[in-house]
Design a protein around this ligand. Structure first.
Ligand code: 4NP
Length: 165
């Protein structure tokens, strides 16, 4: 059985990447692909290792039926480039930090989440990054969820051909 492994990456691993992980877990289950798509998340920084997602991220996600409470922050490591097929960053700074620790031959595994939004989804045309909501208000967390939902749908569509048989 073919599988694919993806790790979502942001700065703290308490707002954006756990949200992407929670959204992706549910969409993958709905697509009956839970056994084939391995999902994780991590931060490029070390401030929130071992911590649950930010309360605001948990609350916003819960309103849409996503469960983030069991997730815990961890920091990305060079070994993750061996473990995962794709390391999917939220913004350009995350990409730069990933490139710093990435073995040269694994660089193609680093992608931006918003690359996976289908072009037909005009709402997000021009949105290259998932903006950091940490220092802002509740609307930032709603936007993160909207972006994760659009991009994770596109990501599943992009992965499907690799998962047949
Ligand atoms: P995240 O958000 O990268 O989406 O998890 C942040 C969380 C914490 C901090 C910054 C961004 N911080 O500065 O502690």
């Amino acid at each position: 059985m073919k599988t694919v492994s993806v790790c979502f990456v942001c700065l703290g691993n308490i707002c954006r990447s756990p949200t992407a992980e929670g959204v992706m877990r549910r969409l993958v289950e709905e697509a009956k692909l839970a056994e084939r798509v391995l999902i994780d998340s991590a931060g490029t920084g070390d401030w929130h290792i071992g911590q649950p997602p930010d309360d605001r991220a948990q609350h916003a996600a819960e309103q849409r039926g996503y469960e983030l409470a069991a997730l815990r922050g961890r920091q990305i490591a060079a070994a993750d480039f061996e473990r995962f097929d794709l390391l999917i960053a939220m913004d350009d700074k995350n990409v730069a930090a990933l490139r710093q620790i990435c073995p040269a031959e694994q660089r193609d595994k680093i992608r931006l989440l918003m690359e996976f939004v289908p072009e037909a989804d005009g709402r997000w045309s021009g949105a290259r990054e998932v903006a950091d909501p940490y220092f802002g208000g509740a609307e930032g967390f709603e936007r993160v969820l909207d972006q994760c939902e659009a991009a994770c749908r596109g990501l599943i569509a992009a992965l499907r051909p690799q998962l047949t048989t």
